[in-house]
Design a protein around this ligand. Structure first.
Ligand SMILES: NC(=O)c1ccc[n+]([C@@H]2O[C@H](COP(=O)([O-])OP(=O)(O)OC[C@H]3O[C@@H](n4cnc5c(N)ncnc54)[C@H](O)[C@@H]3O)[C@@H](O)[C@H]2O)c1
Length: 433
């Protein structure tokens, strides 16, 4: 673990932190969830910096029109919950608790884990709503045995309320950190709240477990963020419920390794009007996520999410001679020796002045969960802030965190720098409100 002296600056008078305990509920106590919990526990003592977390380490210009204006830390500018006030919970069909999940994931080294093992063990997984039909590579053992999806939703709502009471939480948020479910298109049952509730009672085959968690969260007035690429809150029924009950939602699919690189490099190429002929991306990944994605129906969900980004950044309709003929290919290969340490290669074929061709090669030896963990923390804190400020429905200002952002209106934004501006603009607006 990198030890860095973490300086805590003064909180400004205008925006005191939110008081009270915030519960972060995660369906899926796997590599990402256990790494988030471990990182927050380690950061609480103030000697390890929460690196990669915008909410904790990022700064914001108080007046975007004046580069000389103050630039406080976001956590001192916006009234977000403090790390000391966070409490964690979750569900999993395999992991018994966050310690077991962390040991299986093998993201953290032995000494780092030993220092917080008792706290991690205390985060005990609740029995999951799980159906192997949606994640064929996993065998669930800690699963709710109930006759209908309606009963499963009610049982999740009971879990949520029990957690709220037992952990003395003032507020809750839910972030889906579960496996990527098999690919599906929205169907009739997803088109309205009424149809969805009837589908829960009829055990409709098209309702996936993540959608039952999302329904339970929203009915419990708990904001819901989806970290995986599968359909979850991005269907009309859930958007209707979120708007009806004034609960924030967002998703989907954490923007971490290769797609993060893609949305960093692509805006740069476009700003210099360099042409793009093709972008070939391939990964090797050996963790449980990689094992799940090895099933073609689950990979298809991830592929759809990863392929979306280039079109909106390059806007081929504006410069067809530069971006009108792009071959974009994405592959993920399950390769157990690498565990959570994913390697992502990009071969980028570009062209410049007089049409001469050039190539860029990227080899990102990353750590999947180390990149994803701070995103979960930020999303939980910002979704909680949104809820406290009366925001409801889709929070597209959080598209900064997602590969396939849920958005209002007719345009999705993938450019990381534009997304960052939207995030800062909204934070200033919420603080002023
Ligand atoms: N790590 C990253 O960089 C990254 C980036 C983008 C998206 N994601 C997504 O985040 C999710 C979590 O990733 P991970 O690396 O922690 O995977 P993981 O396999 O380590 O953990 C997922 C956990 O979800 C559990 N699970 C499956 N179905 C469930 C259900 N119905 N209810 C409750 N739990 C369930 C599994 O048992 C597993 O323990 C995956 O969907 C992944 O695709 C991760």
């Amino acid at each position: 673990m990198v030890q860095i002296l973490y300086c805590v600056s003064m909180t400004s008078d205008s925006s005191l932190p939110s008081n009270g305990r915030l519960g972060i509920l995660m369906p899926g106590l796997g590599a990402v969830a256990s790494t988030v919990i471990a990182g927050v526990m380690a950061a609480r003592n103030g000697t390890v910096a929460p690196i990669g977390s915008i909410s904790q380490m990022g700064r914001i210009q108080t007046d975007p029109g004046n580069l000389g204006s103050a630039k406080p830390l976001i956590k001192d500018f916006a009234p977000i919950a403090q790390l000391d006030d966070l409490v964690f919970g979750g569900w999993d069909p395999i992991s018994a608790n966050a310690l077991e999940a962390a040991e299986v994931a093998n993201v953290l080294t032995g000494p780092d884990l030993a220092a917080i093992s008792a706290e991690l063990e205390g985060v005990v997984a609740m029995d999951a709503v799980f159906d192997q039909k949606w994640v064929s590579r996993l065998e669930g053992v800690r699963v709710k045995d109930l006759p209908s999806k309606w009963d499963q939703a009610l049982a999740l709502m009971d879990d949520i309320e029990r957690f709220r009471t037992e952990q003395e939480c003032d507020r809750l948020v839910m972030v889906w950190c579960g496996s990527t479910e098999a690919y599906q298109e929205p169907s009739d049952v997803h088109m309205s709240l009424e149809a969805f509730e009837q589908g829960l009672k009829d055990n409709d085959d098209n309702i996936a477990p993540s959608q039952i968690y999302a329904y339970a969260a929203l009915q419990s007035h708990v904001p819901y963020a989806n970290g995986a690429p599968n359909l979850s809150v991005d269907v009309p029924a859930m958007i209707e419920l979120a708007n009806k009950l004034s609960v924030p939602i967002c998703g989907k699919d954490f923007k971490t390794g290769q797609t993060l690189m893609k949305t960093l490099i692509a805006p740069g190429l476009k700003s210099r009007m360099l042409g793009l002929r093709g972008w070939y991306s391939t990964n090797i990944l050996g963790n449980r996520d990689g094992q799940v994605l090895d099933a073609p129906e689950n990979f298809k969900t991830k592929e759809a999410s990863k392929l979306g980004v280039l079109g909106t950044i390059f806007e081929p309709e504006n410069n067809p001679e530069l971006y009108g003929n792009i071959d974009h290919v994405v592959r993920i290969n399950y390769y157990p020796p690498r565990g959570d340490n994913k390697e992502g290669w990009d071969a980028i074929d570009i062209f410049g002045w007089l049409g001469y061709e050039m190539q860029i090669k990227v080899d990102f030896l990353c750590r999947d969960s180390i990149l994803a963990a701070p995103l979960v923390l930020d999303l939980a804190l910002f979704m909680d802030l949104a809820a406290q400020k009366g925001q409801s429905g889709i929070q597209d200002w959080l598209s900064f965190y997602f590969k396939a952002p849920q958005f209002r209106g007719d345009r999705v934004e993938h450019d990381l720098f534009v997304q960052e501006r939207l995030l800062h603009d909204k934070l200033r607006e919420l603080v002023a409100s």
